[in-house]
Design a protein around this ligand. Structure first.
Ligand code: 5GP
Ligand code: ZN
Length: 114
């Protein structure tokens, strides 16, 4: 997608603080962290949101989750604990329409959201 900010970040056209990168997935630190560790994990392929995951593209999501496990280990979050969130649609607070998974870890996350 030409105008997608996360496509541009994945291509290195917009700078970001890289945490993990492979052929299919890119992960970087959120520009406006909500807690101690706040990382965004995106597929390099442009998929709008979790509402657009299909049998044809769901492999992109599994690659993201394989990356999430590696990033958690790399960042020391496996034992500490972490939360993965994906907002889908403006009603859920999605502001960038390229599928992404927030990894959050820090104080207060023991209080349950759901
Ligand atoms: P959403 O609100 O769509 O679930 O999450 C979008 C996230 O992207 C927000 O947490 C926001 O801070 C982050 N974000 C937006 N623009 C940029 C950017 O240019 N660079 C980085 N690193 N994060 C961004
Ligand atoms: Zn995109």
């Amino acid at each position: 997608m030409n105008d997608c900010i996360f496509c541009k970040i994945a291509k290195g056209e917009i700078p970001s603080t890289s945490v993990y990168s492979d052929e299919y997935v890119y992960a970087f630190r959120d520009i406006n962290p909500q807690t101690d560790t706040h990382i965004l994990v995106i597929p390099r392929a442009h998929i709008e949101s979790a509402a657009n995951i299909t049998p044809e593209n769901s492999v992109e999501t599994s690659r993201c989750f394989e990356a999430i496990a590696k990033i958690a280990a790399q960042e020391g979050l496996t034992e500490k604990g972490f939360r993965v969130i994906s907002n889908s649609g403006t009603g859920a607070g999605q502001s960038v329409f390229h599928l992404h998974f927030h990894i959050l870890s820090g104080p207060g996350l023991g209080e349950r959201l759901i």
